[in-house]
Design a protein around this ligand. Structure first.
Ligand SMILES: Cc1ncc(COP(=O)(O)O)c(C=O)c1O
Length: 362
């Protein structure tokens, strides 16, 4: 089989399977439910592999992801609050179709509006999104969590499903000790919120959150019942630079392959992979193969990248293949329609990333 044309997203199946197994075993050994975040892979095949090693379901960030991945895992938690009638109607369609979907809310107005959209007799599991202090989504105070949980529990078509507490901005703190201090501070408020809920007879049966960066710290802290880790299946340069602990080490499973398309200058060559092929939000990708390891990639527009070579390094020839490690896996996957699969360097076909894109509201 020939190698896929570049630029392309390449997935090392052996590394993927080992990463999935490692996190599955880690969570199971600690009595934690694992609900991996599918925003990382957006793939029915990968959701199925995660379910096979014990994942209770998946998380999705968008309704589009949930619609595309429904049925690939036992259940779905939509981790972003939705607030508009068009989206309530799409949630109602899951309930009508018998899909086990749970959603999060962070405002009391969402409760009656969601319930009103449901088909008669249909039930929906709803969790309270608790802001760990980052100010992105979630209720800000313990008493707001209690009020919202009470409103959910009081509604006859809704089931109060617990709380979500996701510390997004802390996941990538490079040193484990610094990340642990940050999470310990956040957990003081989480413990206070759980206590306030319990005092009102609303003890959360599910406390869901955590990511690849904090999963070991979360397991030690013992407040979460469910882990939402996503990136561990692929890894990327950003997480590669973090001291992870927990189930780590995880292996780099995802790469972007590029081709040298121009080599008319000393000291650098031009590749056919730019901003359309590799997410640029977390910096430049790193060279893994095909050129001197100290070569440095720089984005050079939508379709191109420049590879600067160290002094004295051999210049890769036009047409040669360069393997790059993306700095941020989730948005890189979102730029591609499919994974080109490899096992021990041998191509093994394609998996579509069904949930990619934003889906719009069409
Ligand atoms: C709500 C939520 N949970 C879990 C994750 C997974 O985090 P990670 O990819 O760092 O494991 C994300 C990622 O952005 C997220 O937004």
């Amino acid at each position: 089989m020939t190698l896929p044309p570049t630029p392309c997203l390449v997935l090392d199946l052996d590394a993927l399977e080992r990463n999935i197994a490692r996190m599955g075993a880690y969570a199971a050994a600690r009595g934690l439910a694992l609900r991996p975040h599918a925003k990382t892979h957006k793939s029915r095949m990968i959701a199925g592999l995660q379910a096979r090693v014990g994942a209770v379901g998946i998380c999705c960030a968008t309704l589009h992801e949930a619609e595309q991945l429904a049925g690939a895992a036992p259940s779905i938690l939509l981790t972003s609050p939705v607030v508009t009638p068009d989206k309530f109607a799409r949630i109602a369609a899951f309930v009508a179709g018998g899909v086990d979907l749970a959603v999060v809310v962070d405002h009391p107005n969402s409760v009656p509006a969601l319930a009103a959209a449901l088909p008669s007799g249909g039930r929906l599991r709803v969790l309270v999104d608790v802001d760990p202090g980052g100010g992105r989504t979630g209720v800000a105070r313990a008493q707001d969590a209690v009020a919202l949980a009470s409103a959910i529990a009081a509604h006859d078509q809704l089931t109060y499903g617990g709380i979500q507490h996701y510390c997004g901005s802390d996941q990538h703190i490079p040193a484990l000790a610094d990340r642990r201090s940050a999470i310990t501070a956040r957990n003081a408020k989480l413990a206070e919120t759980i206590a306030a809920l319990s005092a009102s007879g609303l003890t959360p049966q599910v406390v869901t959150g955590g990511g690849t960066g904090t999963h070991g710290i979360d397991a030690e802290a013992g407040l979460l019942t469910e882990l939402q880790c996503g990136s561990y299946i692929f890894m990327d340069q950003d997480y590669g630079a973090c001291e992870l602990g927990g189930a780590a080490p995880f292996e780099q499973a995802l790469t972007v392959h590029a081709t040298v398309v121009s080599a008319n200058h000393p000291g650098f060559v031009t590749l056919d992979a730019g901003i359309k092929a590799i997410a640029s939000d977390a910096g430049s990708p790193r060279v893994l193969a095909g050129a001197h390891p100290d070569s440095r990639y720089a984005f050079k527009g939508d379709e191109f990248g420049q590879l600067d070579l160290p002094d004295g390094a051999e210049r890769p020839a036009i047409g040669s293949r360069i393997v790059l490690m993306p700095s941020h896996c989730d948005p890189t996957v979102n730029l591609h329609g499919a994974y080109h699969l490899m096992r021990s360097g041998v191509p093994e076909g394609l998996w579509p990333a069904q949930g990619r894109g934003y889906g719009g509201d069409i």
